[in-house]
Design a protein around this ligand. Structure first.
Ligand code: EPZ
Length: 430
């Protein structure tokens, strides 16, 4: 199994380029099959979740022409099967986006029910509530969700909880329903807006994405388009916190600063200097980070996907901080790993009290999930000594060239797959 091995204590300096947003790409890839014409998608992140999604789409007959790592041409004309195999949903929950896309286009779909994951149970009741409201019959049979309708009719749908996935999935199905659909209490994340813009570029009629009310007028057909995915705000925020935690000075390029407002606000609060440019932000770390309190909220609030990263920063800050995770029920597992590096924290329910320590020390740790794994790498970069991170397959789900980009900023990190390689790294970096 591959691991990251890190020699901590190096301040990151230089420039890093951000790729396309994984969570926009997954919705856009699904929506792309809703036309029988060819769709060209650019700025695709070359990460495991995206590549598995493409495999799931090929399995049902989507023609896929990977022009290069970041560009793919898709054609959904040849779809012969509207049921997705379990092996794909097991690897990536977001293949459930194919439910909304297939239901919208073919008025039927069958997708295995996604299980929970390490950060929570992650039900999809709101997705199904939306499909039923549009007129689909939805049943759970042999572990799969079966949805079918003679026709889909626009409806007024209120989402009990703000949900990115439900907003995107229902928006896709409604884009080819008959009549008007209003979705209230929508998620406003940049990737929701990107999927709406993508669908509109195919001829859909969607207004209000980015607000908490989305209005859709269904259309009969969608057509070809060429589209470039927005930059990944979470990948960007991860490198911004890597600079903050290592005493570094990093220019993060190819971002939309507007999407980073909550992250920038917290970096300023813990003592960083942040300079914003049109498509880049520069983060300069202070001598010592300051404590702060943070609560994760739906966009534009502080993102839950940035919670582990600030948790690591607060673990080495001056003073005591309180972190409240209001989105998922089990997103503090990284603190158990961080404790092995000397961090001091106490978790009560969805709140963690973190008492900053002088210095973390390297240890052997494992990545509990995608964002926690990335945050633990940041901890290793900041810690004294050698850190080994296991289960990095989670990190590779959402971060392209993670160790290469960090080495580009001066980090001493390698991806190794044997004890011998690890020993060679330690001999080399001392
Ligand atoms: C998306 O997950 C992201 N994944 C997550 O990023 C992100 O953490 C999350 O949005 C919140 O921003 C993708 O976009 C592929 P939700 P999603 O539906 O859509 C509850 C990453 O690191 N809920 O907004 O699954 C749910 O349990 C991943 O890239 C219901 O109760 O999140 C949660 O408490 C991790 N019923 C809350 O809503 C439903 O039907 C928000 O979940 C749906 C959700």
């Amino acid at each position: 199994m591959e691991q990251y091995i890190i020699r901590g204590g190096v301040a990151l300096n230089g420039e890093v380029e951000i790729g396309g947003a994984k969570n926009a790409a997954l919705g856009i890839l699904a929506a792309a099959i809703m036309t029988d014409e060819e769709v060209l998608i650019e700025n695709l992140p070359d990460v495991r979740d995206v590549n598995v999604m493409l495999e799931a789409m090929a399995q049902i007959g989507v023609k896929i022409d990977r022009r290069d790592r970041h560009t793919v041409a898709l054609c959904g004309a040849g779809i012969g099967d509207v049921s997705i195999e379990y092996e794909y949903i097991k690897k990536i929950r977001a293949s459930y986006y194919l439910l909304g896309a297939l239901l919208g286009k073919y008025k039927k779909a069958e997708v295995p029910l996604p299980g929970g994951c390490n950060i929570g149970s992650r039900p999809i009741d709101l997705h199904l509530k939306g499909f039923k409201a549009l007129g689909a019959k939805v049943s759970i049979r042999n572990g799969s969700i079966c949805a079918a309708a003679q026709a889909l009719h626009g409806r007024h749908i209120f989402l009990d909880t703000v949900s990115v996935g439900a907003t995107i999935n229902i928006m896709m199905a409604a884009s080819m329903a008959e009549g008007r659909t209003v979705i209230e209490n929508c998620a406003k994340e940049p990737h929701v807006v990107d999927v709406a813009n993508f669908l509109n570029s195919m001829g859909a009629n969607i207004k209000g994405a980015g607000t908490d009310v989305i209005r859709i007028v269904g259309v009969e057909k969608l057509h070809a388009t060429e589209y470039s995915i927005i930059p990944d705000q979470i990948e960007a925020g991860t490198y911004m916190f890597a600079a903050a935690c290592t005493g570094g000075d990093v220019l993060v390029r190819n971002v939309i600063p507007k999407h980073l407002e909550a992250t920038i606000s917290k970096l300023l609060e813990i003592g960083c200097e942040v300079e914003e440019f049109d498509t880049a932000v520069r983060v300069k770390a202070p001598e010592k980070l300051s404590c702060a309190n943070v609560k994760t909220l739906p966009y534009p609030g502080y993102p839950t996907d940035m919670q582990p990263q600030i948790g690591v920063a607060l673990a080495m800050a001056e003073g005591t901080s309180i972190v409240t995770e209001s989105i998922f029920e089990n997103r503090f597992k990284y603190l158990d790993e961080l404790a092995r590096m000397g961090a001091v924290s106490k978790v009560e329910g969805n709140t963690a009290v973190i008492s900053g320590v002088e210095k973390l020390t390297g240890a052997r740790i494992s990545a509990p999930d995608l964002r926690a794994g990335a945050a633990l790498v940041i901890a290793g970069l900041a810690a004294d000594g050698i850190t080994m991170v296991d289960d990095i397959i989670y990190i590779q789900r959402g971060y392209e060239n993670f160790d290469q980009k960090l080495r580009g900023l001066g980090a001493r990190i390698e991806c190794v797959s044997s004890e011998r390689e690890a020993r060679k790294f330690v001999l080399r970096v001392g």
